[in-house]
Design a binder for this molecule. Structure first.
Ligand code: NAP
Length: 277
């Protein structure tokens, strides 16, 4: 498994498992759990969830999937912005820990920027870290101006990652945010890496995948995995599609293939407002 270094020097898998909408359909539950367990076996040990997903149902399902093998997993979950206060964060964290049936979160993220000042949020994160409830903390959906504001706060500089919408069809962060994060050795967790399934219907990508003997999902994921400091977290609740997606790790793209994808999906020519889903 390809690994990515966090600023602390700890390594995490470059391929993790997304869980948005997982746990919502009782009929899909058994295969969703089996898929997360297969991911753990195959080295995709980073699991991304959030208190928001199914209002706790996704965290509960993750808790079930990691039962008896907690130490193998690197659990990422997220706090709602409206809970990201001095008092709200420890309470939200306890609820997440209970649903995940664990005593610690490996990486706890602010889901997006709300009205609570960053200083209050990161100081509450730092207190949880000191108490051993979380191992690392980070952010999600923060643009360059937000990151600069965060960087002015001592505990803000200790964030371990920024989770962002990033895929072939959403390359806006490459203009300024991604270079800024790279300079500070902060990894990006690329969410919706297959654009929630829409990229597989893109004729440009389908043509590329056909020409190079891979599936469209593998091409989309292999392209992200070729970017420095990027972790992908595709979601699937299907065993076959997980194996297909993991196949992207074996499909290292050549310089010529990367140039072809640049022609099909051009990088940004100027600054763009941060997109989110
Ligand atoms: P995604 O991973 O780009 O796409 C997931 C969708 O694509 C699912 O419907 C899945 O269906 C389908 N899919 C996956 N692999 C496939 C394949 N090989 N062939 C065909 N269909 C395939 O979108 P996402 O779930 O939005 O993003 C991934 C994760 O990022 C989320 O689950 C969540 O953990 C995180 N996220 C974070 C934020 C944030 O604000 N921080 C926002 C969005 C997402 P099946 O399950 O049926 O395979």
């Amino acid at each position: 498994m390809k690994k990515i270094a966090l600023p602390s020097g700890e390594y995490v898998p470059a391929f993790g498992l997304g869980t948005w909408n997982i746990g919502d359909d009782p009929a899909a539950r058994a295969e969703e759990i089996a898929t997360l367990r297969l991911g753990l076996e195959l080295g995709a040990t980073l699991i991304d969830t959030a208190e928001m997903y199914g209002e706790g149902r996704s965290e509960e399902l993750v808790g079930e999937a990691i039962a008896g093998r907690r130490d193998e997993a690197f659990i990422v979950t997220k706090v709602y912005p409206h809970n990201a206060s001095r008092k709200g964060i420890p309470a939200a964290c306890e609820r997440s820990l209970k649903r995940l049936k664990t005593d610690r979160i490996d990486l706890y993220l602010l889901h997006w920027r709300g009205s609570i000042p960053f200083a209050e949020t990161v100081e509450a994160f730092a207190a949880l870290q000191k108490a051993g409830k979380i191992r690392h903390y980070g952010v999600s959906n923060l643009d360059l101006a937000d990151m600069r504001a965060l960087w002015k706060i001592p505990a803000g500089k200790a964030v371990a990652a920024n989770q962002l919408l990033y895929n072939l069809a959403r390359r806006g962060i490459e203009f300024d945010l991604l270079p800024w994060l790279r300079e500070r050795k902060l990894p990006v967790m690329a969410y919706s890496p297959v654009e929630q399934g829409r990229l597989m219907k893109d004729a440009r990508l389908a043509g590329f995948a056909r020409r190079h003997g891979m599936t469209a999902a593998q091409a989309a994921l292999a392209w992200l995995l070729a970017q420095e400091g990027v972790i992908v977290i595709p979601k699937t609740g299907n065993l076959g599609r997980l194996k297909e997606n993991l196949g992207a790790l074996e499909r290292g793209l050549s310089a010529a293939q990367l140039a072809e994808l640049d022609r099909l999906f051009p990088p940004p020519a100027g600054p763009q407002a941060l997109e989110m889903l």
